[in-house]
Write a protein that binds this ligand. Structure first.
Ligand code: SAH
Length: 515
């Protein structure tokens, strides 16, 4: 039996992977596996760069058309890069928009690899036609309307020489989907109508399908190109023609998401924004990471370690943030201890997120006040802590409400700094420019220190957009007050002090303004 791999000549392997239509969640599991083991990723202009998060490799964008990166790369050059990288032993992922073999020249790349004797695998992807149809609420093969579906290139000019038989297409008993057809839409529609397709046939143009910037216009075949031009659609767009389009209104779902199309600045610290960003996507929005503070280890651990050494003496341990929970409990573990050390203490927290962070360590909070603010926690604890030893695992900065109130209530309070909350000195340039251009709809502000630092870091051009193009949502009354003090106009405030509460407030505001 031949060896699976020749150990003396370790030639790498190329994975031709379909990246799907744009929504980064529409990548296959196999595609993600290939990305995780890649040494080099070459991706084309249609690929959503968010997908590159699955890879640690260096990634290069290849661009056959003149794009924003300027340089165009010929197909032969791409083939050669793939071959040379594999010959030097690299595992290469060639990422292509949609499916690599649908109007994607993926098969030409595969043929070049085969000819050069490079081992390769092709991973299918969700092609734009099926994804765009589903995300606009259209079944391309609805059984009452279509017995077939055709994927057609709109690249060829039907008024000049074309291999497409428009008579056959007009008579086709099903749905027609044109890729790459936006700029030829007037002549495509005209040619179909001349070939006998009724001008009243329902049609639809979908641009940026599956992205928060998705836009759809529907109309009859006779008028669709005028409507698409009026709507100012850009590539990538595709055109769906057939009776199935008329069912769209019944089952559209993506465009009806509560924050559909909204660009939302997420101010959470780097490395802690994933959950909020993921939720924003689920609600139909485009999250823009805008880390405004950073969370780092305390300058020294002495006081924390001293408190850990006498943990059994504390009657209450108080956590007021997720970082506080992680800071103390990770240090406990890293210094050779474990949760049994907490066995004698009661635990009090502010907020459901903090309680959820505790639950990840299989710990239940004994006290979670209904309101997520220091005043409520202090009020709830005050009758319970007279003469008691209380430990607060806190940030390097914050308000004094809790220590003042607990000490006044007779508690013996020990405060230890388990993490530092520091201002980020520069916002990401690209994000700042987006705010300056008025492209952000919202910024969510989730703490007073974020509010204060944001006010410092925004340029005057960016500030000029606040309250006009970009509205600010605050997580709590305390945050709102801090924001207003530094001149940030808060448009809405969350009822529940969580990111979910912030998104709810944004979506309520949106509903009210469109009502
Ligand atoms: N291999 C890709 C198609 C490449 S051809 C696939 O399987 O999807 C490029 C054309 O695909 C574009 O001109 C456009 O018609 C279509 N397309 C790709 N992504 C799209 C998207 N997100 N929304 C609408 N059309 C898209």
């Amino acid at each position: 039996m031949p060896a699976l791999q020749n150990p003396t000549s370790p030639v790498g392997r190329v994975y031709l992977v379909g990246a799907g239509p744009g929504d980064p969640g529409l990548l296959t599991l196999r595609g993600a596996e290939c990305l995780a083991r890649a040494d080099l990723v070459l991706y084309d202009g249609l690929v959503n760069p968010l997908i590159l998060r699955h890879s640690q490799a260096s990634a290069e964008r290849t661009c056959r058309a003149e794009g924003p990166t300027g340089r165009t790369i010929r197909q032969e050059e791409i083939n050669q890069r793939l071959i040379e990288a594999a010959q030097s032993g690299k595992t290469v992922v060639r990422l292509k928009g949609g499916d690599p073999f649908i109007f994607g020249r993926g098969s030409e790349e595969a043929a070049a690899l085969a000819a050069a004797g490079i081992p390769f695998e092709v991973v299918p992807g969700i092609t734009a036609a099926t994804a765009a149809a589903v995300y606009t609420g259209i079944s391309l093969t609805h059984r009452e309307h279509a017995s077939a579906v055709a994927f057609i290139t709109g690249h060829e000019d039907p008024t000049k020489s074309t291999s497409l038989d428009y008579k056959a297409l007009a008579a086709f008993p099903g749905t027609l989907v044109f890729y790459m057809g936006l700029h030829r839409l007037p002549s495509i529609a005209e040619s179909l109508i001349q070939a006998g397709k009724p001008a009243g046939t329902p049609a639809c143009v979908v641009s940026h399908a599956t992205r928060p910037s998705q836009r759809t216009v529907t109309g009859s075949l006779g008028e669709i190109s005028t409507l698409a031009t009026a709507a100012g659609f850009h590539a990538p767009s595709l055109v769906i023609i057939g009776d199935c389009v008329q069912r769209r209104e019944q089952v559209r779902w993506f465009e009806d998401r509560p924050l559909f199309g909204q660009v939302i600045g997420i101010t959470r610290p780097e490395g802690q924004a994933d959950e909020a960003a993921f939720r924003a996507v689920e609600l139909g929005a485009a999250p823009l990471l805008l880390p405004t503070i950073e969370i780092v280890c305390p300058e020294k651990w002495d006081e924390v370690d001293a408190a850990i050494a006498r943990l059994h003496e504390f009657d209450w341990i108080v956590f007021t943030s997720v970082n506080g929970v992680q800071g103390l409990l990770n240090r406990l573990w890293n210094t050779g201890h474990d949760l049994r050390r907490l066995a004698h203490a009661q635990i009090a927290v502010i907020g459901s997120s903090t309680a959820a962070a505790l639950a990840k360590y299989s710990l239940r909070a004994d006290l979670v006040p209904a309101e997520f603010r220091a005043e409520s926690l202090a009020a709830a604890l005050a009758p319970l802590v007279k003469g008691k030893q209380v430990l607060w695992a806190r940030a390097s900065r914050g308000r004094d409400v809790l220590p003042n109130e607990l000490t006044a209530a007779g508690a013996v309070l020990t405060q230890v700094i388990v993490y530092q909350n520091r201002d980020v000195l520069e916002l990401p340039t690209a994000a700042l420019q987006q705010i300056e251009r008025g492209e952000l709809n919202w910024i969510g502000i989730s703490s007073p220190s974020i509010a204060r630092n944001l006010a410092q870091r925004l340029t005057s051009e960016a500030k000029a957009q606040l309250g006009i193009k970009t509205k600010l949502a605050s997580i709590s009354p305390v945050t709102t007050a801090a924001a207003r003090e530094v001149g940030l106009p808060i448009a809405v405030e969350a009822t529940v002090a969580t990111w979910e509460g912030l998104f709810q407030a944004m979506s309520d505001a949106r509903e009210n303004s469109s009502a």
